[in-house]
Design a protein around this ligand. Structure first.
Ligand code: FAD
Length: 386
């Protein structure tokens, strides 16, 4: 389908596709095995200006929006849903700065991210604060002119590899969600270190780390927005980042479709290509239809966000739920159709199944997304009588 991409979007889709095919495809199996961080591929992304794309022009970016990010995330994830996260998680860590940082903070941090020399990360989750964001316990206490951070963040994508962290803390536990505040914390700040690196089912070409704050002094200039705005910063960030997770899932599903078509054309049963079986064709038709439906939804949501629409939580969650569910289903179906070949690592379908699964879990599980969608429905239809 023609989605009428702008010239810039079409150009960056092609650039991301080239990086994916030329540089990521040959190495995705290796990164999946080793779990190492794909620094060499980040360099290709930076050289192609991928990190510059959504940064405003006044901060050395190209002035794109969520739609531009989505197109790139999809194309990278089509080949590897793990390595693509060096890009997507940097965008996640950048959104709080784009949305709420001061002019001084933007001038300091955004050009560094735009150049790709410094990656970003978003740190919210803690051992007892995942779905329940307001349960964050990492404390930021004002001491003299500085805030002192103490606490542990877990499962942070790009952890240790990123230089710029958007960290959500509690400045006033008695006020719950209203007592939360977000800070920019730079790698190398005294009292900020890294703990356990996680070993994962999928997206193994990405890094998932524990962050430890032990009497970490952060200057007040690093507060994002105002004190007490941390919950809002996190929620608004998710509103615009969730189409990115949806795009990751969409890319994986597109990769599944392409792999399955190639396999079923090649693989023969009773002297006929597998794709000539009507049973297989119907399943291919379902996957292709769902992939196109996901793409149409994600692109429209991204365009709505870029056009300045404010209440996007519901549609953003819809895009994430739908794309992640169809990606897992597509990868599971493809593995079954491919039989033993699907279960082996040679065709990367088993990897796509493992990579797809996380898209139903992070940036809010799909149960939480359904809660958000239901809340939106109740708000929209609640006052109506039938
Ligand atoms: C590989 C990986 C990378 C990640 N990257 C990041 C990152 O970069 N930054 C970051 O901050 N976090 C990150 N996370 C954390 C991720 O966002 C959380 O895992 C996710 O939000 C769910 O939280 P939880 O795992 O603590 O599950 P819990 O909140 O403990 O939930 C457990 C189960 O209960 C269900 N549940 C909870 N509350 C409700 C409810 N109200 N209604 C219905 N069901 C409910 C959940 O859906 C889930 O099935 C990452 C996680 C992983 C695994």
């Amino acid at each position: 389908m023609d989605y009428q991409l702008t010239d810039t979007q079409a150009k960056f889709r092609e650039l991301a596709g080239e990086i994916a095919e030329k540089h990521i495809k040959p190495l995705r199996g290796e990164y999946d095995h080793t779990g190492a961080f794909p620094r060499e591929i980040v360099k290709y992304m930076a050289d192609a200006d991928l990190f510059r794309l959504i940064i405003p022009r006044e901060y050395e970016g190209l002035g794109g929006g969520v739609m531009d990010m989505v197109v790139v995330a999809e194309e990278l994830s089509r080949v590897c849903g793990g390595i693509s996260l060096a890009y997507a998680a940097t965008m996640l860590g950048t959104f709080p700065i784009l949305l709420y940082a001061s002019e001084v903070q933007k001038l300091k941090y955004l050009p560094q991210i735009a150049s790709g020399k410094k990656l970003a990360a978003f740190a919210l989750t803690e051992p007892n604060a995942g779905s329940d964001v307001s349960a964050v316990r990492t404390r930021a206490v004002k001491k003299g002119s500085h805030y002192v951070l103490n606490g542990t963040k877990q499962w942070i994508t790009n952890g240790k590899e990123a230089d710029i962290y958007s960290v959500v803390t509690s400045t006033d536990p008695s006020r719950g969600a209203r007592g939360m505040s977000a800070f920019i914390v730079e790698k190398g700040t005294e009292g900020f270190s890294f703990g356990k690196k996680e070993n994962k089912l999928g997206i193994r070409g990405s890094t998932t780390m524990e962050l430890v704050f032990d009497n970490c002094y952060v200057p007040p200039d690093n507060l994002i927005g105002r004190e007490g705005a941390g919950f809002l910063v996190a929620m608004r960030t998710f509103d615009i980042s969730r189409p990115g997770v949806a795009a990751q899932a969409l890319g994986i599903a597109q990769g599944v479709l392409e792999t399955l078509i190639a396999f079923t054309k090649e693989h023969h049963l009773e002297n006929r290509p597998l794709i000539s079986s009507q049973g297989v064709q119907w399943q291919l038709a379902d996957i292709a239809t769902e992939v196109e439906a996901a793409r149409a939804l994600i692109y429209q949501v991204a365009r709505n966000i870029d056009s300045g629409e404010k209440n996007v939580a519901t549609i953003s969650s819809m895009a994430k739920v739908y794309a992640s569910d169809i990606a897992v289903r597509a990868a599971n179906t493809a593995t079954q159709i491919m039989g033993g070949y699907g279960f082996l690592e040679d065709f990367h379908i088993e990897k796509m199944l493992r990579d797809a699964k996380i898209t139903q879990i992070y940036e809010g599980t799909n149960q939480i997304q359904r809660n958000i969608i239901a809340l939106g429905l109740i708000k929209e239809y609640g006052s109506h009588k039938n």
